[in-house]
Write a protein that binds this ligand. Structure first.
Ligand code: UDP
Length: 315
């Protein structure tokens, strides 16, 4: 296959580039580098099956030649990013998805949309199944991301139903691993960097919120299987092993062998507003139709992530 990966220089995009190249495909990575980083793909420079194009996908996308698949992964993806880049977040979810779908239609390519567990908002159904419609505040700080992704899902289904474009939708739950941006404000890079520096780990609120963390390579494997499957409707991909943020902080301190303390803080800003209280994917559908489930333990995945952060965190 010849595949286009938008957001190809980002955290997940770059791991997808690696996987598709390893499977023998040709990869075009497109990124405007507002949250992506060429350091994530520099090891691919010189690979004859790899091409990088610096382009903002909210503008018309021109690709010469045949394309078999488009994976639309471009988007700011952390709560801090949505706060700093609210308009770009909405544009890439809405206009960028429109351009990616238009390209897929013109090329007769399959399109896979990177959607998110954020479409479920602060969920009233737990664990979250794909048939849950969500509980999203459209005008809250997360609304720019959540609503753009909800619009992107609706547009993807419209292109599928009206134009017959072959589409896939993955709802991605919290994922971690090497190449996460140190300063993106998410809990994994924050806690690991704080632990490595011996600074207190900043637990927001009382630490009872929960998340379920999936290692990037497991996630990429689920996405790869979904692309090759026949499933048009959304599929959750994530790790169902849920834990509180306080337990997660303790785990990071233990694995980094750090003497950091835990600081309970109540951000007064938008970081904590509408922060979902619980999150856990129901992955029955992925198990059933993709024969997929996560294989990498939290300890093993975090160890790889910590090793990576040791190379980038200034101490
Ligand atoms: N969080 C925290 N301390 C931090 C960063 C995040 O306690 O330094 C909490 C945050 O309030 C949320 C959870 O960790 O409950 C996961 O936050 P993250 O930003 O990683 O992603 P989200 O799942 O909210 O999109």
């Amino acid at each position: 296959m010849r595949v286009l990966i938008t957001g190809g220089a980002g955290f997940l995009g770059s791991h997808l580039c690696d996987r598709f190249l390893a499977e023998g495909h040709q990869v075009i990575a497109m990124d405007n580098l507002i949250t992506g980083n060429t350091a994530n793909i520099e090891h691919l420079a010189g690979n004859k099956n790899f091409l990088f194009i610096d382009h903002d996908v909210t503008n018309y996308i021109y690709i010469e030649g045949q394309l078999d698949a488009v994976l639309h992964f471009a988007s700011p993806a952390s709560p801090i990013d949505y706060l700093e880049l609210p308009i770009q977040t909405m544009k890439v979810g809405a206009l960028g998805t429109h351009k990616a779908l238009g390209l897929a239609k013109a090329k007769g390519a399959r399109l896979l949309l990177a959607s998110t567990s954020e479409v479920y908002g602060d969920p009233l159904v737990h664990p979250q199944t794909e048939d849950y419609w969500g509980n999203v505040n459209p005008i809250g700080p997360r609304g720019v991301y959540d609503e753009a992704k909800r619009f992107a899902e609706a547009l993807t289904m419209a292109y599928h139903r009206y134009h017959g474009v072959d589409t896939r939708i993955v709802r991605i739950f919290n994922t971690y691993g090497p190449r996460m941006r140190q300063e993106d404000g998410r809990v994994v890079p924050n806690f690991i960097a704080q632990a490595l520096r011996g600074e207190p780990l900043t637990v927001y609120g009382d630490g009872t919120r929960t998340r379920s963390f999936c290692y990037c390579k497991d996630l990429v494997d689920g996405i790869y299987r979904l692309l090759l499957s026949d499933e048009v409707e959304p599929v959750n991909i994530g790790n169902p092993s849920e834990m509180t943020i306080l337990d997660f902080a303790k785990k990071i301190i233990e694995l980094t062998d750090s003497n950091s303390d835990i600081a309970f803080i109540q951000p007064t800003d938008m970081r904590i507003k509408d922060d979902p209280k619980v999150r856990q994917p129901d992955i029955s559908k992925a198990k059933r139709i993709l024969n997929w489930e996560p294989r990498i333990s939290l300890d093993a995945g975090l160890q790889e992530t910590i090793d990576y952060f040791k190379t980038v965190v200034k101490r």
